[in-house]
Design a protein around this ligand. Sequence first.
Ligand code: F0G
Length: 461
Amino acid sequence: MTKFKTIIEPFKIKAVEPIKFTTEEEREEILRKAGYNVFNIPAEDVIIDLLTDSGTNAMSSKQWAGIMDGDESYAGSRSFFRFEKVVKRITGFKHVIPVHQGRAAEKILFSIVAGPGKFIPNNTHFDTTRANIEFVGGTAVDLPIPEGVQPDVWHPFKGNMDVERLENFIKEKGPENIPLVMLTVTNNSNGGQPVSMKNIREVKEVCSKYGIPLFLDACRFAENAYFIKKREKGYENKSILEVVQEMFSYADGCTMSAKKDAFANIGGFLALNDDELAIKARNVLIVTEGFPTYGGLAGRDLEAIAQGLEEVIDENYLVYRIRSVEYLAEKLIERGIPVLIPPGGHAVYLDARRFAPHIPPEQFPGQSIVVELYRVGGIRGVEIGSVMFGRKDKETGKFIPHTMELVRLAIPRRVYTQSHIDYVVEVITEVYKNRDKLKGYRIVWEAPLLRHFTARFEPIE
Ligand code: F0G
């Protein structure tokens, strides 16, 4: 950008939203009422909200202008055609099906292709992806590379899939039982880690060999493309658009949550090449989401998404984005706080096993840290560990922990400034200093699916 080393936000702030401040005593009471589950806390009572980067982004003035300009026609809306054109330019897929958010695309796709006896391999399934596969009776299988589940091991593309394991898995289960293979870019559940172009290509080769389609879970495709440009040989002089187009060129379709790398507050799409599958998908769409030219969205949302997709592939934005996440990780590492390395594209992940080694996985060390960050500084993060993914063995009832115990601090796009992040560093440092006092938690109530959203906890005294 310039010869100066300070990377500045590539935008000015036009509208602001006040933050309400609470005291530690107030937050203690709020936590108790929320059953020590930060999903149950009113957002107004959160000072810095790092629960998710999903739907929490700041839209640009051009996106807001698009909101005013949206065409709300039921069929054939002008906003749909703009949206479709942008999605096609980026992904190259033939059919573009708008939906109200990413999981709606997953629901449609898996209700058509998955079911009992069907297996869906992924580098690592996000929780809703896994849930949608399991909901129709299918089996979701995670096949990350070994480095992908070791928080303290550096690897440029920790989101990669283990290609050898994939091929063995296909041979073992039979290609006829694997309706599609998925790659999540970036790999959210293992640290927002990127997948290399080489890996996408190799996964595609295996898929082609057995006649299995490849789908991308593309929520954070632009962040993934930026990592490819920075870390993979041969891509340094390509534009982000070129990298993105090559990534999608190896896939037969994608699911997308526009709440991430499209800067929208709601929306998503399913895009694919197969005509027959598209007909089936549109049939489900009409029953559950809406007419094919609006899906579950208003015309104005389609405008915001189209504009957002154009903005996210701007390299100046991505330089700032990835650096601002790295900045937080760097400060924590300097203070000796265990974080997953390298930092991901959309979030910094604390390694709860090393942060609170005295709390065993069955007492949820990540949950304990999440609660403490809120109590001490009003910061809301999210546990990605055994609360979210731990399970009981169906036969023995024995607790099976998740591969990692993480606390994700997701950074909403274009929302917080450097001083907000410096405050976050200070709070985490304080919690880390007093880490010996962190307590384990037990679940006192849980739902059968996606329990982390609504579970209630109590501290183990
Ligand atoms: N796939 C990935 C990789 C995701 O991270 C998400 C959402 C989805 C699919 C589902 O999309 O929310 O629009 O239905 N992730 C959010 C998060 C919720 O906090 O990471 P959605």
